[in-house]
Design a protein around this ligand. Structure first.
Ligand code: CO8
Length: 260
């Protein structure tokens, strides 16, 4: 399929990893409606492709994404924004079954920061900057920023970032648990792909059910989450990969995953 605002490819060293690059560099990858349409199409296609096990989303060195496209919103009224219903697409990204890793360099601002937080993990370059500067243009975060930042950073800091628009450096974001690791900009993509490749080498049904269970922790009370976890755990005992994984351990050989 031909895309105008993204580039879709497989990681050369491990084709089980699908990659999407946001590719609107002249606008710092501002997340326009057509770009978001392309992005969800590409991610859902990878999600449905049996030989893809993990996905990486990245921008370029200067910007992961500098937010929603301000030019598209500047003249809109509330009804128009509501009818656009653009957050449906964001919900579809949150509903992807396979792990999605954001590789972030440069700006991850507004919707760009929210998109990175929607991913399952973030690998940051040492030049990455995260922020919710919507307050400076007369609005506030709308794609999860007030909720996901608060859950990760706690109320005080999330409040500061949302009310002042201050950016977090990559190191600060790492210290606070927003990102998994910070590496020099020259190798941030390589690092994200290595992480994706490790996950791609694991039994895919266990990966899928484990991802679901971890995400459940963010939206349920503990008892419900524990019950959900237990059911997924039991379910894995119906997979061939569970038998293979445990037998391979006993026979002291590497497992051969079948994804069944
Ligand atoms: N939207 C549209 N265009 C943008 C955006 C954006 N968010 N960010 C940058 N650009 C454009 C600039 O207009 C400029 O275009 P041109 O060359 O045609 O004038 C080009 O990208 C380069 O940008 P700058 O010249 O401004 O580059 P600087 O290095 O001087 O500054 C900054 C970089 C600091 C990142 C600056 O561009 C900036 O402040 N950008 C806006 C950041 C922002 O406010 N983001 C939040 C947007 S609102 C939002 O995300 C709401 C999310 C919730 C809804 C999600 C639904 C999809």
């Amino acid at each position: 399929m031909d895309f105008q605002y993204i580039r879709v490819y497989r990681y050369e060293a491990d084709p089980r990893v699908g990659a999407v690059q946001l590719n609107r560099p002249d606008k710092l990858n501002a997340l326009s409606l057509p770009l978001m349409d392309e992005l969800i199409t590409a991610l859902e296609a990878f999600d449905a492709e049996p030989d893809v096990r993990c996905m990486v989303l990245h921008g370029n060195e200067r910007a992961f994404a500098a937010g929603a496209d301000i030019d598209e919103m500047a003249q809109a009224d509330s009804v128009e924004m509501l009818l656009r219903d653009q957050f449906r697409k964001w919900e579809r990204i949150a509903a992807l079954k396979k792990p999605l890793i954001a590789a972030v360099s440069g700006y991850a601002l507004g919707g760009g920061c929210e998109l990175a937080m929607l991913c399952d993990m973030i690998v940051a370059s040492d030049t990455a900057q995260f922020g919710q500067p919507e307050i400076n243009i007369g609005v506030m975060p709308g794609a999860g920023g007030t909720q996901r930042l608060t859950r990760t950073l706690g109320k005080a800091l999330a409040m500061e970032l949302v009310l002042t628009g201050r950016f977090l450096s990559a190191q600060e974001a790492y210290r606070l648990g927003l990102v998994n690791r910070v590496v020099p900009v020259e190798i941030y993509l390589q690092e994200a792909f290595a992480l994706a490749s490790t996950i791609a080498s694991k039994p895919p049904i266990a990966v899928r059910l484990a991802k679901e269970a971890v995400l459940k922790a963010l939206s349920t009370p503990l008892e419900i989450g524990l019950e959900f976890e237990r059911k997924n755990f039991y379910l894995l005992f119906s997979t061939e990969d569970q038998k293979e994984g445990m037998q391979a351990f006993q026979q002291k050989r590497p497992p051969q995953w079948r994804g069944r």
